[in-house]
Ligand binder design. Structure first.
Ligand code: FAD
Ligand code: SF4
Length: 471
């Protein structure tokens, strides 16, 4: 056996996995981090102090048993680590890749104070990737089947989290999605340089082996009617996301050469995957001067996609400062390394027309003023600081609002004043909507957020459903 060294963190510093060369990163749609080797992950996982009251677990939205699986992988017990990791997380290898760890688990790590946090995300990714590649599968041998069946609308992280927990409780989960592959925004949103597409394709095989049934290319409300689902299943879960792009509300937004962030990203993913799409959905910004407006994850994915398409130059303009960007710090750094220019404290006033097309963005400088209701300081324009940044293409990445289906009222599913579905966590049956047989979670309930919070809500909603069905 191995002798544990409690002072490992002093001798061994934090080491993130190596990154691909910049030449590769700027041109190819591949993940930019190399996987850890066995020796690397064992050394890094062994840095964990095994704190008695681990803050990382509290800060992790699904409350992973982090020190426990770090110890297992450090000791070489890979399959046990994978099994434990799957008790709290439906998609550990995805969260390991795309969670903003600097704001979550790793931000809360005791060693983050000077020594460098344990590389929790990269270790979580390693455990599941490697175990699955070696043939490990989730252990469902103790599952006792019931006669209950639940329909899940949406194969994003919320829907998948719900399906996972239901399946492990012996309930048949049947998932409907309008897209040709599972994953929701994990597949049709988040680009390959953060999450390669075969990760979700492999997951689909594993979910199918677990007994989850997928009906893809099937839109509820069009290809399948909601009343039929209510008649055929014991309960329903809605995990349909938020898809209405927020507008800037300034002149020039509908000029040719102005693009919506998610459409741009989806067009590029579909092009890479070889899926059929209508003419004009794929936009290639090769050789163009590109300006992206916004400072979240979506904006970062757009700037980095434009780099890979061979844009002449790429600028991100954001109305607050770098400290106040909502996205992951890591991805801002990656974008900067890949050659993106950042303009902070700039608010767009209009998209300037040039011969009938977008020719630039008129920006005004801002300074941060009073805090708003959410506690974030509001950017205030500085009069007289207006200037025009020339551009051939402008991408608007201001986030998303809920997009409630027209059939919600017909089945008694109520929305709140910002159109989110009403399904509180803290009530008799967690995440139940105003129709007792319908549950909901993820972005459509909490507003656009994170993969890991959507997984949590889907899993919690499954518990609400199990309680409701008395399983
Ligand atoms: P979605 O992932 O949106 O899934 C909803 C699914 O429902 C979709 O597949 C949709 O097709 C389906 N659907 C909707 N209506 C119907 C219907 N009527 N019939 C059938 N199917 C339907 N989060 C992170 O944690 N890290 C990141 O790095 C990150 N990057 C992001 C980058 C981008 C570009 C975007 C847009 C988001 C990013 N996010 C990131 C946020 C994260 O992707 C979402 O919070 C998360 O995917 C929400 O999960 P969900 O299951 O609620 O919804
Ligand atoms: Fe950290 Fe996300 Fe993994 Fe939780 S799920 S341990 S927050 S990377």
């Amino acid at each position: 056996g191995r002798v544990s060294n409690n002072f490992q963190f002093i001798d061994v510093g934090r080491n993130d996995p190596d990154k691909r060369t910049l030449a590769t990163r700027k041109t190819e749609y591949v993940e930019i981090y190399d996987p850890y080797t066995k020796a690397q992950v064992e050394e890094q996982a062994d840095r964990c102090l095994e704190c008695g009251n681990p803050y990382c677990e509290w800060k992790c939205p699904v409350h992973n048993f982090i020190p426990n699986w770090l110890r297992l992988v450090a000791e070489g017990n890979l399959f046990e680590a994978a099994e434990l990791s799957h008790q709290t997380n439906t998609l550990p290898e995805v969260c390991g890749r795309v969670c903003p760890q600097d704001r979550l688990c790793e931000g809360a790590c005791t060693l983050n104070d000077g020594f460098g946090a344990v590389t929790i995300g990269s270790s979580e990714k390693y455990i599941t990737d490697t175990a699955l590649a070696m043939g490990w599968r989730p252990d469902l041998s103790q599952v006792v089947p019931t006669d209950k069946r639940v329909a899940i609308i949406g194969a994003g992280p919320a829907g998948l989290g719900c399906a996972d927990v239901l399946t492990r409780a012996g309930v048949k989960a049947v998932v409907y999605d309008r897209y040709p592959e599972i994953g929701g925004l994990l597949t049709f949103g988040i680009p390959e340089f953060k999450l390669e597409k075969q990760v979700m394709m492999r997951r689909r095989e594993i979910f199918e082996e677990m007994g989850i049934e997928f009906h893809l290319n099937t839109e509820v409300g069009r290809d399948v009617q909601i009343d039929d689902l209510l008649a055929d299943y014991d309960a329903l879960f809605l995990g349909m996301g938020t898809y209405k792009a927020m507008q800037g509300g300034f002149p020039g937004e509908s000029l040719p050469g102005v693009y919506k962030a998610l459409s741009y990203l989806i067009g590029n993913v579909n092009q890479n995957l070889g899926f059929n799409q209508p003419d004009g959905e794929y936009v290639n910004l090769h050789g163009k001067r590109v300006v992206v407006l916004g400072g979240g994850d979506t904006a970062m994915d757009c700037v980095r996609t434009a780099v890979r398409q061979g844009a002449a130059d790429v600028t991100c303009a954001y109305r607050r400062d770098e400290e106040n960007m909502p996205g992951s710090r890591r991805e801002v750094k990656n974008a900067r390394d890949e050659g993106v220019t950042f303009l902070f404290n700039r608010q767009p006033l209009e998209i300037v027309e040039y011969f009938g097309e977008a020719g630039g963005v008129k920006l005004v400088k801002t300074e941060l003023g009073e805090a708003d209701a959410g506690g974030r300081r509001r950017p205030q324009p500085i009069p007289g600081s207006e200037h025009v940044l020339e551009a051939d293409a402008v991408i608007i990445a201001f986030g998303f609002q809920p997009s409630p289906a027209d059939w919600f009222p017909t089945v008694g599913v109520e929305t709140n004043d910002w159109q989110g579905v009403v399904a509180p966590e803290h009530q008799a049956y967690k995440f139940q909507t105003t129709n007792p047989r319908v549950f909901a979670g993820g972005d459509m309930v909490r507003g656009s957020d994170l993969v890991v919070t959507a997984i949590w809500e889907g899993r919690q909603a499954a518990e609400g459903i199990l309680d409701y069905l008395e399983v």
